[in-house]
Design a protein around this ligand. Structure first.
Ligand SMILES: Cc1cc2nc3c(=O)[nH]c(=O)nc-3n(C[C@H](O)[C@H](O)[C@H](O)COP(=O)(O)O)c2cc1C
Length: 163
């Protein structure tokens, strides 16, 4: 299975996390700013990653590429990686990543994860007691790489198409 990780980043945290994740699963990294329709089309599994900015909104470089994601993710397995900061944004923690959802209606979303020790008041990324995908506070959680390790172990069968 070919896996593409599509990310945006302003300060580099999302890029660092995605580089680590890509190394663990043998995925190709794509900076969304330079992505075209053909990039979304060429992978079997798509992982999308974005930090939250503003008042819990997706990082703005994604805006014009979301329609490409919609077309390119049809019928494919897709996981969302949400990056945020719990100390400074406890009311909208990871919330920007839900902006992907309207564009993933024709995809098979996988990769929900446990809340596991995060401190916050509200997150739109939390549904039925679980985060919709992998949630990482790169700056404020010294164990963020371990969360990636755990998520990879849990989701390897899906990523490798074992079931
Ligand atoms: C102006 C501003 C607004 C932010 N808003 C949120 C937010 O609503 N929710 C959240 O979880 N993190 C929020 N953050 C934290 C960033 O998502 C976090 O610093 C992240 O690591 C940045 O990723 P990047 O380095 O890839 O750009 C905000 C940061 C800034 C500077």
């Amino acid at each position: 299975m070919s896996v593409g990780i599509f990310y945006t980043t302003t300060k580099g945290h999302t890029k660092s996390a995605c580089e680590y994740l890509a190394g663990k699963i043998g995925a190709q990294l794509v900076d969304v700013k330079s992505a075209g329709a053909e990039d979304f089309a060429k992978f079997d599994v798509i992982i999308v990653a974005a930090p939250s900015y503003g008042d819990g909104e997706i990082q703005s470089d994604w805006a014009e590429k979301l329609p490409l994601l919609k077309a390119g993710s049809k019928g494919k397995k897709v996981a969302i990686v949400a990056i945020g900061n719990q100390a400074n944004h406890p009311q909208t923690l990871f919330s920007g990543a839900v902006d992907f959802l309207p564009y993933l209606k024709d995809a098979q979303i996988f990769g929900a994860s446990d809340v596991d020790g995060y401190k916050f008041n509200h997150s739109a990324f939390l549904v039925n007691g679980k985060f919709i995908g992998l949630a990482l506070d790169v700056k404020g959680d010294e164990n963020y790489a371990k969360r990636i390790d755990k998520w990879v172990e849990e989701n390897k069968p899906t990523i490798l198409n074992l079931f």
